[in-house]
Ligand binder design. Sequence first.
Ligand SMILES: Nc1ncnc2c1ncn2[C@@H]1O[C@H](COP(=O)(O)OS(=O)(=O)O)[C@@H](OP(=O)(O)O)[C@H]1O
Ligand SMILES: [Mg+2]
Length: 241
Amino acid sequence: MLEIIDQGNSKGGAKGRIWTIDPIDGTKGFLRGGQYAVCLGLMVDGDVKVGVLGCPNLPVDDAAPLTADIGTNATDEGRGVIFSAVQGQGATSRPLGTAGLAEGKSIAMKPITEMSNASFCESVEAGHSDQGVAGQIAQKLGITKPSVRMDSQAKYGSIARGAGDIYLRLPTSKSYQEKIWDHAAGDLIVREAGGQVTDVSGNRLDFSVGRTLAENKGVIAAPAAVHDQVIKVVQEVLGQQ
Ligand SMILES: Nc1ncnc2c1ncn2[C@@H]1O[C@H](COP(=O)(O)OS(=O)(=O)O)[C@@H](OP(=O)(O)O)[C@H]1O
Ligand SMILES: [Mg+2]
């Protein structure tokens, strides 16, 4: 087993086919019985072509409202979903209940008609995302609901299927570089569902520069129609820091 794990030693980069695997993303969520995800991404020449997220603790129902305790009351049949996307072919969700894999359904981000009704999600861990700055951004956007804090790339899947609207991940340190396996699948799934995923400067996540997103700081994911508006506010708030 250890030998197999040691084979995962790619340096990443802009050439060739590279698989990213995060066997348990959101380790703390897994330990506390919350959200976690099994994540797989295929990059070809630095571009994410396939993304899959297995989220055993999310409800099957794509429309289940996003709450911090989402999934905790679901039965085994009602819990578990696999999100997937292939570049240029859209994104799907597929129930992962006890009866085995069911048919996949096409998913899309929900259009935001009123920012005041929008929801946003962020990390549970304050060390992974600056919750204070996210709160200021949300307030400036006119969002009135408190954030939904959940672990792992389940956040990407949740906004891709329209259960939530916006994902904010604000850097907590200048030196931390996000890992490609923590974002590759979610990035493609949200973009294929009609969203935009960028860093705090509005630049696309660059998966071609190695094992980390060395060229990016933070993650801002939102429906394409409002993404520019969100980035403008992110810049204003970060500019005041
Ligand atoms: N300082 C810092 N800043 C940003 N991100 C960090 C940081 N430290 C760790 N990590 C990575 O965050 C991954 C899980 O973060 P999530 O937001 O998905 O979940 S959590 O609510 O924060 O637990 C987590 O993935 P897992 O290790 O797979 O759980 C880490 O890779
Ligand atoms: Mg991870």
